[in-house]
Design a binder for this molecule. Structure first.
Ligand code: AMP
Ligand code: ZN
Length: 111
Protein backbone atom coordinates (compact mmCIF):
# COMPACT_ATOMS: atom_id res chain seq x y z
CA UNK A 1 0.00 0.00 0.00
CA UNK A 2 1.34 3.40 -1.05
CA UNK A 3 1.23 5.41 2.12
CA UNK A 4 1.92 2.66 4.63
CA UNK A 5 5.15 2.96 6.63
CA UNK A 6 5.37 -0.80 7.23
CA UNK A 7 4.87 -1.55 3.52
CA UNK A 8 7.74 0.89 2.86
CA UNK A 9 9.93 -1.02 5.35
CA UNK A 10 8.92 -4.34 3.76
CA UNK A 11 9.82 -2.96 0.32
CA UNK A 12 13.13 -1.67 1.77
CA UNK A 13 12.18 1.89 0.80
CA UNK A 14 12.95 2.99 4.35
CA UNK A 15 15.39 1.34 6.76
CA UNK A 16 14.62 -0.71 9.85
CA UNK A 17 16.61 -2.91 12.16
CA UNK A 18 15.57 -6.22 10.64
CA UNK A 19 16.04 -9.35 12.74
CA UNK A 20 14.23 -11.94 10.60
CA UNK A 21 12.71 -12.25 7.15
CA UNK A 22 10.99 -14.98 5.17
CA UNK A 23 8.47 -15.06 2.33
CA UNK A 24 5.54 -14.15 4.55
CA UNK A 25 6.94 -12.02 7.36
CA UNK A 26 9.38 -9.26 8.17
CA UNK A 27 10.47 -8.84 11.79
CA UNK A 28 12.21 -5.67 12.96
CA UNK A 29 12.96 -3.82 16.19
CA UNK A 30 10.38 -1.32 17.38
CA UNK A 31 11.76 2.20 16.97
CA UNK A 32 10.43 3.16 20.45
CA UNK A 33 11.01 0.01 22.51
CA UNK A 34 9.04 -0.43 25.72
CA UNK A 35 11.32 -3.17 27.01
CA UNK A 36 14.94 -4.35 26.61
CA UNK A 37 13.83 -6.44 23.65
CA UNK A 38 10.90 -5.25 21.57
CA UNK A 39 10.27 -6.37 18.03
CA UNK A 40 7.38 -6.33 15.60
CA UNK A 41 6.28 -9.27 13.47
CA UNK A 42 4.73 -7.89 10.31
CA UNK A 43 3.01 -9.94 7.58
CA UNK A 44 4.19 -8.84 4.16
CA UNK A 45 0.64 -8.58 2.87
CA UNK A 46 -1.10 -5.36 3.81
CA UNK A 47 -3.93 -6.16 6.22
CA UNK A 48 -5.21 -3.24 8.30
CA UNK A 49 -5.53 -5.11 11.59
CA UNK A 50 -6.94 -8.25 13.23
CA UNK A 51 -10.44 -6.92 12.66
CA UNK A 52 -9.71 -7.06 8.93
CA UNK A 53 -8.76 -10.75 9.07
CA UNK A 54 -10.99 -13.67 8.22
CA UNK A 55 -10.95 -17.49 8.21
CA UNK A 56 -8.43 -17.60 5.36
CA UNK A 57 -5.89 -15.89 7.65
CA UNK A 58 -5.92 -18.63 10.32
CA UNK A 59 -2.67 -20.25 9.24
CA UNK A 60 -0.84 -16.94 8.87
CA UNK A 61 -2.00 -15.85 12.35
CA UNK A 62 -0.83 -19.13 13.88
CA UNK A 63 2.55 -18.75 12.17
CA UNK A 64 2.93 -15.27 13.68
CA UNK A 65 2.43 -16.61 17.20
CA UNK A 66 4.89 -19.45 16.67
CA UNK A 67 7.46 -17.16 15.04
CA UNK A 68 7.28 -14.86 18.07
CA UNK A 69 8.09 -17.77 20.39
CA UNK A 70 10.91 -18.99 18.16
CA UNK A 71 12.57 -15.57 17.94
CA UNK A 72 12.10 -14.88 21.67
CA UNK A 73 13.88 -18.17 22.37
CA UNK A 74 16.67 -17.35 19.93
CA UNK A 75 17.15 -13.94 21.55
CA UNK A 76 17.51 -15.60 24.93
CA UNK A 77 14.34 -14.28 26.53
CA UNK A 78 13.10 -16.31 29.49
CA UNK A 79 9.62 -14.95 28.96
CA UNK A 80 7.94 -12.25 26.95
CA UNK A 81 4.73 -10.41 26.32
CA UNK A 82 2.74 -10.02 23.14
CA UNK A 83 0.36 -7.30 22.07
CA UNK A 84 -1.79 -6.74 19.02
CA UNK A 85 -3.51 -3.36 18.94
CA UNK A 86 -6.57 -3.26 16.70
CA UNK A 87 -8.17 -0.01 15.61
CA UNK A 88 -7.54 3.53 16.83
CA UNK A 89 -9.67 2.84 19.89
CA UNK A 90 -7.47 -0.18 20.59
CA UNK A 91 -4.33 1.95 20.54
CA UNK A 92 -3.27 1.09 16.99
CA UNK A 93 -1.10 3.76 15.40
CA UNK A 94 0.23 1.98 12.34
CA UNK A 95 -2.58 0.49 10.29
CA UNK A 96 -0.68 -2.46 8.89
CA UNK A 97 -1.28 -5.45 11.17
CA UNK A 98 1.63 -6.29 13.45
CA UNK A 99 2.34 -8.32 16.50
CA UNK A 100 4.46 -6.79 19.31
CA UNK A 101 6.83 -9.12 21.17
CA UNK A 102 8.69 -7.61 24.12
CA UNK A 103 10.50 -8.63 27.27
CA UNK A 104 13.85 -8.81 28.97
CA UNK A 105 13.49 -6.35 31.84
CA UNK A 106 13.95 -7.47 35.44
CA UNK A 107 10.88 -5.66 36.69
CA UNK A 108 7.50 -6.65 35.37
CA UNK A 109 4.48 -4.42 35.71
CA UNK A 110 1.49 -6.71 36.11
CA UNK A 111 -1.47 -5.82 33.94
P1 AMP B 1 0.72 0.19 17.28
O1 AMP B 1 0.34 1.20 18.31
O2 AMP B 1 0.39 -1.22 17.71
O3 AMP B 1 0.17 0.53 15.91
O4 AMP B 1 2.28 0.21 17.23
C1 AMP B 1 3.03 0.79 16.22
C2 AMP B 1 4.45 0.60 16.62
O5 AMP B 1 5.27 0.83 15.50
C3 AMP B 1 4.92 1.55 17.73
O6 AMP B 1 5.37 0.80 18.84
C4 AMP B 1 6.03 2.35 17.05
O7 AMP B 1 7.09 2.66 17.93
C5 AMP B 1 6.46 1.44 15.94
N1 AMP B 1 7.03 2.11 14.77
C6 AMP B 1 6.53 3.15 14.09
N2 AMP B 1 7.33 3.51 13.06
C7 AMP B 1 8.36 2.63 13.10
C8 AMP B 1 9.54 2.46 12.30
N3 AMP B 1 9.80 3.26 11.26
N4 AMP B 1 10.40 1.46 12.63
C9 AMP B 1 10.14 0.66 13.68
N5 AMP B 1 9.05 0.76 14.47
C10 AMP B 1 8.18 1.74 14.18
ZN1 ZN C 1 1.16 -1.80 4.75
Amino acid sequence: MNNCIFCKIINKDIPASIIYEDQEFLVFEDIKPIDKVHFLIVPKIHIKNLMGCNDTDQIMLGKMLLLGAKLANQLGLKGYRTMINSGAEGGQEVFHMHFHVYGGSDTLIKI
